[in-house]
Design a protein around this ligand. Structure first.
Ligand SMILES: Cc1cc2nc3c(=O)[nH]c(=O)nc-3n(C[C@H](O)[C@H](O)[C@H](O)COP(=O)(O)OP(=O)(O)OC[C@H]3O[C@@H](n4cnc5c(N)ncnc54)[C@H](O)[C@@H]3O)c2cc1C
Length: 463
């Protein structure tokens, strides 16, 4: 006999968008059911943000130790390190387990009913769980089904051809790896594999790596990749893979064909909204390209059907998904909320790291704004020197007329942590004078933020 559950809010997908919406809804006393087909935490906790940063950390530790074993200016002497990748993956899985069980505990604490299974939409108020003979009826349906890797028809995943998911659970480190795609996922993983000891090449169709960002910002990453021995094939396109000879065929900018011998090919050419396979078509929702179109409250074209996170398009980032999830729960609880952030930080955990918050100089110019742009290099920052990393800079973009800050960008060691200060200054409508008038602790990388604002005002102290 079919079981029918009734709930106020039904969430499909337990990634950062869905589980945060569920926790907030639980806090607000909304009866909530969350359906997850795979594992709580979604892409982010299981096969995305967290495992990638764990693998990057393992790779960095190995790389540093190897450098010390080859003679270190710091006076540290160690023997050449070895790597037990199985143990590294076990460590990474331990972090994932702790975080996903934490999510399960939080959902339980907030009285969210979690159903393990694949949801199939019947209509805007009814969902079935595949193979479970369960039907759920709801007042509000929140779609949070995330995204999937984009596949290339000439490089189907399998065997030597892998996606980021397989790259995050290696059983061994390949001798040679070609990464197809020079965006943040390809470069984060490519850098990690190079530090783990693979000979890494990156094939990118555009003329520079991280093509979403400007050349000044990406240059230190480009230089560091070269120093690490990563070969960059820019303006090259992929034609196919010959499994007999283990060679990737690419075409150079002149149209000449190149064969790149490799043991593995990592396809990292982007992600697309996950709209297939759960009868979403039944709702006939308005689309925005391949993602679901939502308004400034994440409402779809159907009343009381909401969509958040990667399913609702760019920027496909976990912190955006979480913020949208929290907001939708509050809207359903009757609060007046809108999703209207001044800025959403984008961070690349490359080496050096890169962070962009708000408008870049090019974007401000394109918007017709007269701006002051100022940089402060880490080469003049004591903390960066003590971290053996003088590459990179902090850049500020502010309106010339009233000095309101429009954007921050930084590239350098550890700059991901500066994204918090950048985001806060933009949300609070800070002017250059606010940052210049704040005492920044010494010695920190944050002093470069202070100095960039001072420099924009024409009186930097340390340059
Ligand atoms: C390698 C990698 C590294 C990344 N690094 C970062 C980073 O450093 N910072 C960052 O902000 N973002 C990063 N991201 C992106 C981030 O993971 C996503 O933006 C985020 O997970 C989106 O959250 P979401 O809730 O929209 O969807 P997801 O996390 O994709 O979750 C969707 C969930 O829905 C479930 N689901 C789908 N269909 C159904 C169905 N029919 N029934 C039941 N359940 C269903 C899925 O199983 C999944 O668990 C990374 C992604 C990858 C792949």
């Amino acid at each position: 006999m079919q079981q029918t559950l009734n709930t106020t809010l039904l969430i499909i997908g337990g990634g950062p968008g869905g589980y945060v919406a569920a926790i907030r809804a639980g806090q607000l006393g909304i009866t909530t059911v969350l359906v997850e087909g795979q594992a709580l935490g979604g892409t982010c906790l299981n096969i995305g943000c967290i495992p990638s940063k764990a693998l990057i950390h393992v790779a960095e530790q190995l790389h540093q130790t190897r450098q010390h074993s080859q003679g270190s200016a710091l006076g540290i002497q160690v023997a050449a390190p070895t790597l037990d990748i199985g143990k590294s993956v076990e460590w990474k899985d331990g972090i994932v387990d702790r975080l996903t069980s934490g999510v399960a505990a939080l959902l339980k604490k907030h009285k969210v009913q979690v159903i393990q299974g694949w949801a199939r939409i019947v209509d805007g108020k009814t969902v079935e769980i595949e193979g479970a003979n369960t039907r759920i009826q709801c007042e509000h349906l929140l779609l949070a089904t995330g995204s999937k890797s984009v596949n290339l028809p000439m490089l189907p995943i399998g065997g030597a051809i892998i996606s980021s998911t397989e790259a995050l659970a290696p059983t061994s480190v390949p001798k040679r790896l070609v990464v197809v795609g020079g965006g943040y996922i390809g470069l984060e993983l490519g850098t990690a594999y190079a530090k783990l000891g693979a000979q890494v090449s990156v094939v990118e169709a555009q003329e520079r790596i991280l093509p979403a960002y400007d050349g000044e910002l990406t240059q230190p990453v480009h230089e560091a990749l070269k120093k690490l021995g990563v070969k960059l094939y820019l303006k090259h396109s992929v034609e196919g893979f010959d499994a007999q000879t283990n060679t990737l065929q690419v075409r150079d900018p002149q149209g000449e064909r190149l064969n790149l011998p490799t043991d593995q090919v990592l396809v990292a050419v982007g992600r697309k909204a996950n709209t297939q396979g759960f009868n979403l078509e039944a709702l006939d929702l308005a689309m925005n390209g391949s993602s679901i179109k939502v308004d400034n409250r994440c409402q779809t074209s159907m009343r009381n059907v909401w969509a958040i996170g990667d399913l609702s398009g760019e920027p496909m980032l976990a912190h955006r998904a979480m913020a949208q999830g929290e907001m939708v729960a509050e809207v359903i609880a009757g609060k007046h909320r809108e999703f209207n952030p001044t800025a959403i930080a984008a961070v690349c955990f490359t080496d050096p790291e890169l962070v962009v918050v708000g408008q870049t100089p090019d974007e401000a110019k394109a918007a017709g704004l007269d701006c002051i742009v100022a940089n402060f290099p880490f080469a003049a920052n004591g903390r960066a020197m003590s971290l053996e990393s003088k590459a990179g800079f902090v850049r500020v973009v502010a309106r010339r007329d009233n000095h309101v800050i429009l954007g921050w960008q930084a590239v350098g060691v550890g700059v991901s942590e500066l994204s918090t200060a950048f985001g806060q200054s933009l949300e609070m409508g800070a002017r250059l004078e606010d940052i210049a008038g704040t005492i920044h602790a010494h010695p920190t990388l944050g002093e470069a933020v202070h100095e960039a604002a001072l420099r924009a005002l024409g009186h930097a102290l340390h340059i």
